[in-house]
Structure formats: C-alpha cells, structure tokens
Write a protein that binds this ligand. Structure first.
Ligand SMILES: [Zn+2]
Length: 383
C-alpha cells in the first residue's frame, strides 16, 4: 500500500535516529552463549549479506535505487502497478526495462495489466498476449492490485472481486507462463476499525485524513472478510499458481491467522512490504510467538519494503531513506537490538532470527519465487 510508504520511510528514519547506530554491548557470555550468539547476525553484517527486497517501485529511469541497492547488498523486485498516483504503465515498463538492462543480476521486475475493458470480448486474450510479451522481455512476476476488489466495477456496476470468473483465464495464463502472481487484495485490518481501535499511528493518521478510504465508515462496501474470502476462493480455484500475498496477504494483524493461511495454501508466500510495524506491534506483546512464526514459516515469507522512487523525488534523499529503512528492518529481524518505533509508540527488541532463517527471508525465498520463467518449449512441427 503505497500511501503508507511516506510514513514508513519516516518511521525508518525515526527508528534509526533513535537507535543512533549504537549497538548495545553484548552481555558477558560463556562458551555456550557465544556459540548461540554466533548463529545470529550483527548490524556489521548488514551490507555484506546477500539480500533481496521483494517489493519496491522504481518508477523512474534514475539509477539511484539501483546504486543504493548495490551499496547495501540488495537485489530488487520492482513491481509495476496500475495505480493512479504512479506514472503511466508505459513509463513504469520503460523504467523497468532500462534498469534491468543496466544491471540484470540485481534489478528484477514484475509486470501488470490494466482492467480497462474487462468483460468486453477479447479482453483476456489481449491481456494474455501482453503478459507473454512482458515475460519474454524478462518480467519475473505479474502484479494484481487492490483496484480488483475495491475500485473496478463490472458492466452491472458491481465491484470485481478477485474470484470473478472473468479473471480466471488470466490467472491460468500466468501459471502457464511459469511466473508468480503478486496479489494485493484488501487493506490492513485497521481500515475496517474505528480510529481509536487502530494499532498504528500511520494508519490512524491516514484514515483520519482520508475518510473516503476508511472502510469502517462505509459498511455498504465489501468488508475485510469479504476481501480475504474472495482471495482465498481464487487461490483454491488455482492451486498450482505461485502466489505472493503482498503486505502479508492483508493478514498482517495476526500471525496465527497468517499461519493458518499459509497452511491452507502450500503454494502461497507473503511479503512484508509496508507491514513491519504491524509485526512489531505483535512482537512487543509476545516476542516469542512472532519469532516462532518466522522460524516455522521461514520458507514462506519474503522480505520487502514498498520503497518507492518516483520521478519527482530527490535521488540523494531517497538513497538516504532507503538505507535507513533497510538498516532499521535488519536491526529488527536479524539482531537482538532494540529500537524506537514511533508509529506504535514502543521500544521494539529485535527478533534475532537465526542466520539460516534470515538468509531465507532476505534472499532464498524471493530468488525461488521470482526465478526466471522457463524458456517455452518449441511448439508445433517446426524444424
Ligand atoms: Zn507496493
């Protein structure tokens, strides 16, 4: 959810500022403790460990994003989205091709498709042809955004939910192309709560200022459970589809519920983009529970941020913010250090996940989900 990004970037800076790059000294440790500590990364490991930000938006040909990713040891999955506040899909596509050409081993991209013309004859074939072209150009995934479920309407004026039969041929095409579908459906659970019950200040502030998007005030629209249920029916109908649920699959508020989702859909994974504070909200209340979740589902979660570089941004300022966000998240997931997280008004101890788990969250899972599409087998009786 891109509107959270600015708050998230600010959060990252605030967290970094509070932590002030001052790792706490390790306590006196015996040999056993020393061995255990050695299995956990430190802040000093941040830039050298191979990492992958599985959810960013590089919406300009400016190479600042790529340069900071190189400096901090990240590969990037830049996701094109049919989002009114972003540059046009053509501009996003051109930026993706240019940056992938500049550094193909580091910059990866996901394509998307417009919903214009949905329901008209030939729409699905037109989309399928465009997706095949994009995958041939190197796209590693396809994004479907929350406009499906919350904005786009069919000819009868009804919202198009993700499990609409008209989307089925597109899903099957994506599966046949051998790439992942990144789905962002719904909103954070907070969106359906009154302001005083929301768990994070960034959501509270946003929905106070944008009552038109605050679904608690719009009970006539599909509810949270309607959005999640439509997504789940879609996954049940396409069990072979490789699916990445963006933003923790909109189940960010409860790791138990997220675990049940991952158990039910073994081909599904989720990314952490723009939801770290929701995880932190839970871990300050029960750190072991959240830490155990990441260990148990270490093959199913992709590190991601939602960092966005638009055409009007100051590239140097963006690099500084991206570096701060990436370091704050590393401090939380990979180390035991505490940091101040303003949006939940709490000091949040790090999870100190085992190195092997961090390596999966931060790299291996994304590399697997976004592996290059298989080269299509030659068809017909060519010679
Ligand atoms: Zn995003």
């Amino acid at each position: 959810m891109h509107r959270v990004l600015q708050q998230m970037v600010l959060l990252g800076c605030a967290a970094l500022g509070a932590a002030a790059c001052a790792p706490t000294a390790p306590p006196d440790a015996g040999p056993a403790d020393a061995a255990a500590a050695a299995a956990v990364y430190a802040m000093s490991d941040f830039s050298r460990v191979r990492k992958y930000d599985a959810h960013v938006h590089a919406n300009t040909m400016d190479t600042a994003f790529l340069e900071q990713a190189r400096a901090d040891g990240f590969e990037l999955m830049s996701i094109n989205v049919d989002y009114p506040d972003f540059p046009t899909l053509e501009t996003q596509h051109a930026a993706a091709l240019a940056l992938a050409a500049a550094e193909p081993a580091r910059f990866h991209w996901a394509t998307t498709f417009p919903m214009d013309g949905f329901g008209a004859p030939g729409w699905a074939d037109t989309v399928a042809a465009a997706l095949a072209r994009d995958v041939a150009q190197g796209a590693r995934a396809v994004k479907i955004w929350k406009n499906v479920g919350m904005v786009e309407k069919d000819a009868d004026g009804r919202l198009i939910m993700l499990d609409h039969p008209g989307l089925s041929p597109v899903a099957e095409r994506i599966r046949a192309l051998g790439v992942a579908l990144i789905g962002h459906q719904g909103e954070p659970h907070n969106c359906w709560l009154p302001l005083e019950e929301m768990t994070t200040d960034n959501d509270r502030e946003y929905f106070r200022n944008h009552p038109e998007y605050h679904m608690y005030l719009h009970p006539e629209e599909p509810g949270y459970e309607d959005q999640v249920a439509a997504r789940d029916r879609f996954l049940a109908a396409h069990p072979q589809l490789r699916f990445v649920g963006a933003h923790l699959g909109s189940l960010e508020y409860d790791v138990d519920r997220l675990a049940a989702f991952l158990d039910r859909f073994p081909h599904a994974t989720v990314d952490l983009a723009a939801r770290m504070s929701q995880v932190q909200y839970q871990s300050v209340r029960d750190r072991d529970k959240v830490r155990d979740f990441f260990i148990r589902y270490q093959d199913r979660v992709l590190y991601g941020t939602d960092l966005t570089l638009g055409p009007d941004a100051d590239p140097d300022e963006f690099r500084r913010q991206a570096h701060a966000v990436w370091r704050a998240d590393w401090r939380y997931l990979a180390t035991a250090e505490s940091q101040r997280v303003e949006t939940i008004d709490a000091d949040v101890p790090g999870l100190a996940l085992p190195r092997a788990v961090v390596d999966k969250l931060y790299y291996a899972n994304a590399a697997r989900m976004f592996a290059p599409a298989p080269i299509p087998a030659a068809s017909g009786a060519g010679n």
